[in-house]
Design a protein around this ligand. Structure first.
Ligand code: M6R
Length: 364
């Protein structure tokens, strides 16, 4: 049932504050001071490395998690797409943990990676939405996403639930490894607890994203840029746009465009920059000025402070809530989802059942 929405994707985008609130309820202790979950039984001080494996959107959630886990828990993390990991036969460290991220829990590549990791003696964790799935059954332990059924082929609420779950896991691992003290853990729990409200505030920006998406839909190609935690969001934005509008889109780390992709810049291709005001802002601004100097049409998605100094130079801008950069991936996910969704509606494509795609990919 789509309720009042035209498409399941729209419904699922709008469900995100509730999904994240429910997931937080499961991750946060009753006294709201700490993160608690099944993976606490692992001695994370003895874990030399965490390997995160997934496909598609789930892989981009893993990419966000790598940055969190390394920054907050100081744990080395490898991320890899499942279809490459399995057949590369990488050496896995003794005592290592491999975490498989999958909405469906049935993705064949991810399942093959799980079996390989198990055969190599890794402790395996499945972060899955469908808890009756094969990955859930075969992993040593599961962390449920609690996102509820996701019907739209383009993953939305599962992505935010994955990011939130992996952020929470990072906090628990950080505590066990002594990387944070109780006060810092409380601060991070409080920060994650702001997510439902911030997601709701971002949902209220839908008309601005709809107007921007209508303009983007006129173009042949689009480029998404971001740095740090916004780099995986740029990749996710490009994937989402490709999947449901069939437009050609690329996502790049903003610092990388000068190494080649800047040759693509002209006055017709929208460059969507994901730019919360963070430590990398000045660097990003200089990357964007290089693009603007070559007639690039920059759509700047950022908070008021990030937009202020570029306002007169960019093609379009949308003002996002000002947030701690650590939590920005959750709300910028909504921004890229809205852009893809409304561009697809403008183009008249089949949003929930895009051509050539299935909800879960059960072949390798
Ligand atoms: O069910 P999974 O999370 O394992 O699926 C992985 C990918 O197939 C999936 O995220 C795909 O990329 C989505 N259609 C993206 O919107």
């Amino acid at each position: 049932d789509k309720g009042q929405h035209r498409h399941f994707m729209a419904k699922e985008i709008h469900e995100q504050p509730g999904v994240v609130a429910r997931a937080l309820g499961a991750w946060i202790s009753d006294d709201r001071s700490r993160i608690t979950c099944a993976a606490e039984t692992i001695d994370w001080r003895a874990v030399p490395r965490l390997t995160l494996i997934a496909c598609g959107t789930a892989f981009y959630a893993a990419h966000v998690a790598k940055i969190w886990m390394e920054r907050v828990a100081r744990l080395p993390v490898e991320i890899e797409i499942a279809s490459e990991f399995r057949y590369r036969e990488p050496p896995l460290p003794e005592g290592g943990v491999t975490l498989l991220v999958s909405q469906s829990g049935e993705t064949a590549d991810t399942l093959a990676a799980l079996r390989h990791a198990k055969a190599c003696g890794q402790t395996t964790i499945g972060l899955v939405n469908v808890t009756s799935s094969t990955i859930a059954r075969e992993a040593d332990m599961i962390l449920p996403l609690l996102a509820g059924p996701e019907i739209g082929v383009a993953s939305t609420k599962a992505f935010t639930a994955m990011v939130l779950g992996l952020q929470a896991l990072s906090v628990m691992v950080a505590r066990q490894r002594g990387a944070i003290d109780a006060a810092r853990e409380q601060a991070l729990v409080d920060l994650l607890s702001t997510a439902p409200r911030l997601l709701a505030e971002t949902l209220a920006l839908e008309p601005q994203f709809e107007a921007l998406a209508h303009e983007i839909a006129q173009a042949e190609d689009a480029i998404f840029l971001g740095r740090g935690l916004m780099y995986p969001l740029a990749l996710e934005g490009a994937l989402k746009l490709k999947e449901i509008t069939y437009m050609h889109a690329e996502g790049y780390a903003a610092g990388e465009i000068k190494h080649g992709p800047i040759a693509l810049v002209d006055d017709t291709t929208p460059i969507i920059a994901l730019a919360p005001h963070d430590a990398l802002h000045d660097k990003l601004a200089s990357n964007l000025r290089e693009v603007i100097g070559r007639q690039g049409r920059v759509a700047l998605i950022g908070d008021a402070e990030a937009i202020r100094d570029l306002k007169g130079e960019v093609w379009r801008s949308v003002v996002m809530p000002a947030v701690d950069p650590l939590i920005a991936p959750l709300i910028y996910a909504v921004a890229v989802q809205f852009i893809a969704y409304h561009a697809a509606v403008a183009k008249g494509t089949d949003v929930d059942q895009p051509r050539n795609l299935a909800k879960s990919v059960t072949v390798e």
